[in-house]
Every structure is written in C-alpha cells, then in structure tokens.
Write a protein that binds this ligand. Structure first.
Ligand code: NDP
Length: 241
C-alpha cells in the first residue's frame, strides 16, 4: 500500500463514480483521505465516498462544486482530473460538435477544475494528478481528436507544474490499456483483450487498482520532489510490429 501520511486530507476525483476514478477514490479513502467524486450520475456508490453531480465540461458548475467542497471541508488538498474518454471516430468524419466535446472533456475540464481549485490547493501545498493516455504519444487510428486533447493535457500539466510550483505539484499519468467496466466497449470481448494483453510487455491489461496506487503515491509526501512528471503506467507498452 503506497498511502502514507494522507489522513485528514481532502480530495476531489472527477469521474470517480466508476472505472479508474472509482478505484482511485476508494484507495484514497482507504488512506484516510476525505474523498469527493463527481460525475453526471451517481451510480452505485459506497457511503464512504461523497458524490457531487457535476458535468465537468461546464466551467460554472465546476467552480460551484469546488467551492462547495472547500466550504464543507474547510479547504481542498488534492485534485485528480480523471473524467475523460472518447468513442472512436475517424478524423475525416469527426463533426465539429463531436471534436469540441472531446476537447472540453479531456483538456478544458482539467484546466477549469485546476483553476477553480488553485487558491485552495495553494493555501495547503496541494497536488494535482491528471490522467492522460498513450494515445497522446503513440498513433492509434480513430483516436485523433482524443489523442490531441490528451497531448494537450501533457502540455498543460508541465506548464502548471512550473506556474504553480513550488506550492502545488502537478503530475500526469500516461495510461495504457486498463481493464474497467467499460473496457469491453473499447477493447472488445475477453478474447480480444487477452490478445491485446499478450502483446504488452507485462503480458496483460492493467487493473484500475494498479493505477490508483500510483496516483496515491504521487499525491503523498513520498513524491515531494516529483512535479511536472509524465509517468507511463502501461505495463511496458505494446511490442512493436
Ligand atoms: P469510464 O468510462 O469507466 O468512467 C468515466 C468516468 O468519468 C465516470 O465516472 C463518468 O461518470 C465520468 N464522466 C464522463 N463524462 C463526464 C462529464 N462530462 N462530467 C463529469 N464526469 C464525467 O472511464 P475509465 O475509467 O476507463 O477512464 C478514466 C480516465 O482514464 C479517462 O480520462 C480516460 O481517458 C483515461 N484512460 C483510460 C484508459 C483505459 O484503458 N480505461 C486508457 C487510457 C486513458 P458519468 O458518466 O456519470 O458522468
């Protein structure tokens, strides 16, 4: 367990109602962090997690949510910008509306959440972890808009680390294939996922809990000299063809 010295801290995990965000939120809670999750719908959450409804593409709603958490808890220490994703779309067919929504969710929402949280995190020497994807650094057909947004998130993370340091640390994870409840729709059935896994150095897809442990480490004092870092959590990545 990576969690150390986090008891009494307050965190927000965007998109923490299921998948990777849910695992991050539960791992933070187990480490003694009062953890808020947001999403458009609550889903089936344990009582240990506090839910606030928020579409993170709406900057006003984001600001209201962050202020609400800070008012309830007397401040905020950590933000995990996890909400994201995209259905595949060929670049030639992606409509302006589709592209706008993908960029809003994967790039602008993390910016707006971070901006709203900035005064609170600064006051407490807080930290941010952003969740990007290998799509940002490796071409994958059908993901161009998502890839561009996640690549933007890498640039945003590096820039914020410098603008907001030394008070606030900002790091970003570059995730490979991670199993979640929604992985089937993206990566295919169990057989297809096993085939993908065989082509990865680690021999399998990653688990959400394995991502969560890295996030908790990056938020913890154990990572006090890590900021502006891009950490690949991809099991070594896919073997070249
Ligand atoms: P899931 O689809 O399983 O979960 C997405 C979460 O985000 C849900 O809680 C969802 O809740 C929330 N969400 C989606 N849209 C919004 C919105 N507009 N406002 C607020 N919340 C929203 O995703 P994963 O767990 O698979 O992915 C998590 C992150 O990891 C994403 O950023 C994704 O890009 C990244 N990633 C995932 C990989 C994987 O293999 N799974 C690989 C690489 C990167 P609701 O629908 O109720 O709003």
């Amino acid at each position: 367990m990576a969690a150390k010295n986090l008891a009494g801290k307050v965190a927000l995990v965007t998109g923490g109602t299921r998948g990777i965000g849910r695992a991050i939120a539960e791992t933070l809670t187990a480490a003694g962090v009062k953890t808020y999750v947001c999403g458009r719908t609550p889903g089936d959450l344990p009582a240990t997690l506090s839910f606030l409804a928020c579409d993170v593409r709406d900057p006003e709603a984001v600001r209201a949510m962050i202020n609400e958490i800070a008012a309830r808890e007397g401040g905020l220490d950590f933000v995990v910008n996890n909400a994201g994703g995209s259905p595949h779309a060929e670049a030639a067919l992606a409509s302006p509306r589709f592209s706008e929504r993908i960029v809003q969710l994967n790039l602008l929402a993390p910016l707006h959440v971070s901006q709203a949280a900035y005064p609170y995190l600064k006051a407490r020497g807080g930290a941010i972890v952003n969740i990007a994807s290998v799509s940002a650094v490796r071409p994958s057909p059908g993901t161009s808009v998502y890839a561009a947004a996640k690549a933007g998130l890498l640039g945003l993370s590096r820039s914020l680390a410098h603008e907001w340091g030394p008070e606030i640390r900002v790091n970003v994870l570059i995730l490979g294939y991670i199993e979640t409840g929604t992985t089937d729709a993206t990566y295919g059935d169990a057989e297809k996922q096993a085939a993908i896994g065989r082509n990865i150095a680690a021999g399998r897809l990653g688990r959400a809990e394995e991502v969560a442990e890295v996030v908790v480490f990056l938020l913890s004092p154990a990572a006090s000299y890590i900021t502006g870092a891009e950490l690949q959590v991809h099991g070594g990545g896919e073997r070249p063809p």
